[in-house]
Design a protein around this ligand. Structure first.
Ligand code: AMP
Length: 490
C-alpha cells in the first residue's frame, strides 16, 4: 500500500472512475429530469449517484450509493431538490473509494460564489497537482481527482469566475467532460482533445447536457450538437448561450472505446450510430478473420451488434447460444478474481439446445483480463460445442486507460502479457482473432493511423497516449528510485 499516494483510500486501492453526467437549465422539474437522464446513463456507472439543484437562491443536494432508482426511489425526493437548474452524476469505480464523500457533483462555496462540478474522465496530473495544493495548505474532502478542479479555481488570482475556471483547466491534463453550476449559469465543457463525450439538447426552453444522446432521447429532448473539443458553453437562466474556445483548435481525439463498448448502442456519437459502428466492426472482423462454422454466438450483451455484423457478412446463422441473467451486475466490477469467476457463471448460461454439436464463432467486444472469455469458451464446450472460435470486436487491449475508462493495471491485461497464440491457448479456444486497428477505424468511419494523425484516442490498443501522463511518469520515477539497491548513490 502506498500511503503517500494522495488518492488512496483506506484499502490502498486507487480510485478509477467511469462516469455519466447530465445537466439541465430552464426546466420546471429539473431534478426529476436529471434523475431520468442519469437513469439512461446508468450503464456508465452503477456504484453511486448524486444530483445538485439550484432554485434561484440556494443549492440543494442528494447523493447516495447504488443505482439511480435505488437512491431516488420516491418522487417526493425531488421536492427536496427544487429549482429550474440541476446536474447529476453516476459513478462506477472498482474497489476502494466507495464512500459518500466521493459522490459527485462536488460542491464548494468559493470567493466568487457557489460552484458545483460533475466530471466524466480522469485527470492525469491530479496527484501532482494535489500534492502542490496540499503543500500550500489546501484541505481535501474527498479522494476524487475532480476536487482538484475546485481547489484550482479557488486559488486562481483571475478576477471573474469564468477566467478562474479557464485558468484551472489550463493546469489540468487528461480527459474531462464537465457540467458545472453557479448561481447564474450552467457551464459545460470538454477537454481540448474531446476525449470523453458530451452532447447538448433542447427541450422547450430548457437546455440539456448529457454524456450520451440516449439520455436526451429518454427525457424527450432534441439533440442540438456535441460540445466541441476544448469548448466551454455557458447557458444563463434566460437560455442565452455563449461559447468560448480558450484552448484554440487542437485536432480532436475522442475515445474510440466509447464506440467499442462503453456507450449504449442506441446513442449517436461523432455523428455515427454506436449500434451501426459495432455492427460494422463485426463485418470487418468477418472479412479479416473468417472461419468455417455453423453458428455465430454473441457474448451478451456487449457482443450482440458485432455478432450480427459478423453473421450478416459471413452468411453464418446468428443465434443466442448464451443467455444472460438480467439480475446480476457487470462482471467487471467484482473486486477479487475469485468473485469475478463465480459471477461470470451466475451471469451467463449456455443455450445447450442451440449449441450442441455445432462449430461456434463466439463474439465479444473485448478481452481485458481474459476471465470472461476463458469461462465462456469452456461453457460452450460443456454445452457440447464441436469447435469454439473466438472473434473479438476490438484490437488486443494491451495498455491501461488513464482517461476515465476502468482498465486494470497493465500487468493484468492479457494482451500485455501474451501474444495471440498464447492467448488462444489461455482461453482454450480452437482459434482466436481480433479486429485490426485499421478495421476498427474503417468501422468507425474515420481515416486510420497511416497518416500519423489518428482521429481518436486509441491508447488502450496502441499505447499512443495523446496527453502527458504526469502522475504515471512521477510514479514510475519514484518506483525507479525506490528500486535502487540500498547504499548506491543515484
Ligand atoms: P475480461 O473478462 O477481464 O477479459 O473482460 C472482458 C469483458 O468485460 C468483456 O465481456 C467486455 O464486455 C467487458 N468490459 C470490457 N471493458 C470494460 C470496462 N472498461 N468496464 C466494464 N466492462 C468491460
Amino acid at each position: 500500500m502506498n500511503l503517500t499516494h494522495p488518492f488512496l483510500d483506506a484499502d490502498g486501492d486507487k480510485l478509477r472512475e467511469e462516469c455519466g453526467i447530465f445537466g439541465v437549465i430552464g426546466a420546471r422539474d429539473a431534478s426529476a429530469m436529471t434523475a431520468l437522464g442519469l437513469h439512461a446513463l446508468q450503464h456508465r456507472g452503477q456504484e453511486a449517484v448524486g444530483i445538485v439543484s439550484y432554485d434561484g437562491s440556494d443549492f440543494f443536494a442528494r447523493r447516495g450509493l447504488g443505482h439511480v432508482a435505488q437512491v431516488f426511489s420516491d418522487a417526493s425526493m425531488f421536492a427536496e431538490l427544487p429549482g429550474e437548474m440541476a446536474s447529476g452524476h453516476v459513478r462506477y469505480s472498482t474497489t476502494g473509494g466507495q464512500g459518500l464523500r466521493n459522490v459527485q457533483p462536488l460542491h464548494a462555496d468559493l470567493a466568487r460564489g457557489a460552484f458545483s462540478v460533475a466530471h466524466n474522465g480522469n485527470i492525469s496530473n491530479a496527484v501532482h497537482l494535489k500534492r502542490e495544493l496540499v503543500d500550500k495548505g489546501a484541505i481535501f474532502q474527498s479522494t476524487s481527482d475532480t476536487e482538484v478542479i475546485l481547489h484550482l479555481i479557488a486559488t486562481s488570482r483571475y478576477p471573474t469566475l469564468l477566467d478562474r475556471f479557464v485558468d484551472a483547466l489550463r493546469m489540468i491534463e487528461g480527459a474531462y467532460s464537465l457540467i458545472c453550476m453557479t448561481p447564474k449559469r450552467m457551464i459545460a465543457c470538454r477537454d481540448p482533445l474531446g476525449i470523453r463525450p458530451l452532447v447538448m439538447g433542447k427541450i422547450g426552453e430548457a437546455t440539456v447536457f448529457a454524456s450520451e444522446t440516449v439520455a436526451l432521447d429518454v427525457v424527450g429532448a432534441e439533440f442540438v450538437r456535441e460540445i466541441e473539443p476544448g469548448e466551454i458553453v455557458e447557458v444563463r437562466q434566460d437560455g442565452r448561450l455563449t461559447s468560448h474556445r480558450p484552448f484554440g483548435n487542437l485536432p480532436a481525439r475522442p475515445c474510440i472505446f466509447e464506440h467499442v463498448y462503453f456507450s449504449r448502442p442506441d446513442s449517436v456519437m461523432g455523428g455515427r450510430s454506436v449500434y451501426e459502428v459495432r455492427r460494422q466492426i463485426g463485418a470487418e472482423l468477418a472479412i479479416e478473420a473468417p472461419v468455417e462454422a455453423d453458428l455465430v454466438v454473441p457474448v451478451p450483451d456487449s457482443g450482440v451488434p458485432a455478432a450480427i455484423g459478423y453473421a450478416q457478412q459471413s452468411g453464418i446463422p446468428f443465434g443466442l447460444g448464451i443467455i444472460r441473467s438480467h439480475y446480476v451486475g457487470r462482471t467487471f466490477i467484482q473486486p477479487s478474481d475469485g468473485a469475478r469467476h463465480a459471477d461470470v457463471k451466475r451471469k451467463h448460461n449456455a443455450n445447450r439446445a442451440l449449441v450442441e454439436g455445432k462449430r461456434i464463432v463466439l463474439i465479444d467486444d473485448s478481452i481485458v483480463r481474459g476471465t470472461t472469455s476463458l469461462k465462456i469458451v469452456q461453457m460452450m464446450r460443456d454445452a457440447g460445442a464441436a469447435e469454439v472460435h473466438m472473434r473479438v470486436a476490438s484490437p488486443p487491449t494491451s495498455h491501461s486507460c488513464f482517461y476515465g475508462v476502468d482498465t486494470p493495471e497493465r500487468h493484468k491485461l492479457l494482451a500485455a502479457r501474451m501474444d495471440v497464440q498464447e492467448m488462444t491457448k489461455f482461453i482454450v479456444a480452437d482459434s482466436l482473432a481480433f479486429v485490426s486497428i485499421d478495421g476498427l477505424y474503417r468501422a468507425v468511419g474515420a481515416p486510420g493511423r497511416e497518416d500519423g494523425c489518428p482521429r481518436h484516442c486509441d491508447a488502450c490498443f496502441t499505447g499512443d497516449y495523446p496527453t502527458r501522463l504526469t502522475d504515471l511518469a512521477e510514479r514510475e520515477a519514484d518506483a525507479g528510485q525506490l528500486s535502487l539497491p540500498v547504499g548506491k548513490v543515484a
